[in-house]
Design a protein around this ligand. Structure first.
Ligand SMILES: [Zn+2]
Length: 363
């Protein structure tokens, strides 16, 4: 889906500001006006939120640039109203590298906090119990920014997935045991922390319950991902190879592709040129193609030409990674120059389910 996100590029990395971010700005303006703030005061509050999210962006860039040192690209950084996400192509598996990449984000906030320390030091924080809205103005702007950065660093270092601290913990554990065991232990600790948040949430602030649930989901997802990688680590591309799949000649029309789509369960079609792989047609391509070019349109107009190849003896965990990096619906497999077949993500998922069932037989 195309969302009206705002995009900029820094150090070769796409930074997207999610469109919902504008809602938070409107919300800030709304609560400030409701609290009787004047135009000038509302402006300071908005500026504060923007500056804060600029710091969040720098945090994510910290992760991205640290990863870049180890040759890991960052697909993009997206800034959401609840925080930022840097989508690295993968996490480094060497514990020392993961430790540095995970630490790099919070470190940025610590540096910002240290730079603002003189302002924090000289400022008297006043808590006014009657004020529902924290009033940000020229006098407390920098000290508040410093304090919030300190909280950002501390929050992110909570030793629980999906926070950076969870990765730091896993990296430290990986130095003593294997990655799967380390991930399972770290995920277990994360769930204990999460339950603590939920219990505290009932007494202190319901928002903590939300954070607790967020941690449980994040820890579970991380554990599953590493477990899946482990299950397929001894398999090769040839183990997941599919030789029976729909294909279509590049000289056919969109109508022919529609027929194949309706005929079977396939969501994707391989486009061939004299029998050789030429491109990919997904269901989305075809549907968009109909509305744009009509059913008599040429396939060349809508074919995705970016093909991802792997060799027959490539490890399946590498293929799995290729899926995550490329987002391609399938990977083509060849032996030398000879095209052998394809692998789709569903096929790998099935293999994982089968291996999982074999290692946990029901008694
Ligand atoms: Zn981070």
């Amino acid at each position: 889906m195309n969302t009206p996100d705002y995009k900029i590029k820094v150090a070769g990395i796409d930074i997207r500001i999610h469109w919902t971010f504008s809602l938070i700005i409107l919300y800030i303006i709304y609560i400030n006006i409701k609290a009787g703030q004047d135009f000038y005061e509302v402006g300071w509050s908005v500026l504060f939120v923007l500056t804060l999210f600029f710091c969040v962006t720098l945090h994510e860039l910290g992760h991205a640039l640290a990863a870049k040192r180890y040759g890991i690209k960052t697909r993009d950084i997206t800034i959401y109203p609840i925080g930022g996400v840097a989508r690295l192509e993968k996490m480094p598996e060497k514990p020392m590298q993961e430790l540095i990449v995970a630490f790099a984000g919070p470190l940025v906030n610590v540096v910002i906090m240290l730079l603002l320390l003189p302002f924090i030091y000289n400022f008297q924080f006043q808590t006014n119990e009657n004020e529902k809205v924290l009033i940000i103005g020229a006098a407390n702007f920098l000290p508040m920014l410093g304090m919030v950065n300190m909280w950002l660093a501390l929050f992110n270092l909570i030793p629980a997935f999906p926070m950076d601290g969870g990765r730091v913990l896993r990296a430290l554990l990986t130095m003593r045991t294997d990655r799967l065991q380390a991930t399972q232990t770290a995920a277990g600790i994360a769930k204990v922390v999460a339950i603590g948040f939920v219990i505290l949430g009932f007494y202190l602030n319901p928002f903590l319950i939300f954070i607790g649930l967020f941690i449980i989901l994040g820890a579970h997802a991380e554990e599953e991902m590493v477990k899946n990688q482990f299950y397929i680590s001894d398999l090769k591309a040839s183990d997941a190879l599919m030789t029976n799949f729909p294909r279509i000649d590049r000289n056919k029309t969109i109508a022919d592709a529609v027929k194949i789509l309706l005929d079977g369960e396939a969501k994707c079609i391989l486009v061939v040129d004299e029998g050789n792989p030429y491109g990919i047609l997904s269901r989305d391509h075809i549907i968009k193609g109909i509305s744009r070019y009509g059913e008599s349109g040429e396939l060349d107009l809508i074919t995705e030409r970016n093909l991802i190849f792997s060799e027959m003896d490539t490890s399946l965990s590498v293929v799995f990674q290729l899926f995550q990096e490329s987002r391609s619906p399938f990977i083509l497999v060849r032996r030398g120059e000879v095209f052998k077949g394809i692998i789709d993500a569903e096929n790998i998922a099935e293999l994982i389910l089968i291996k999982n069932a074999r290692s946990h037989p029901e008694k």
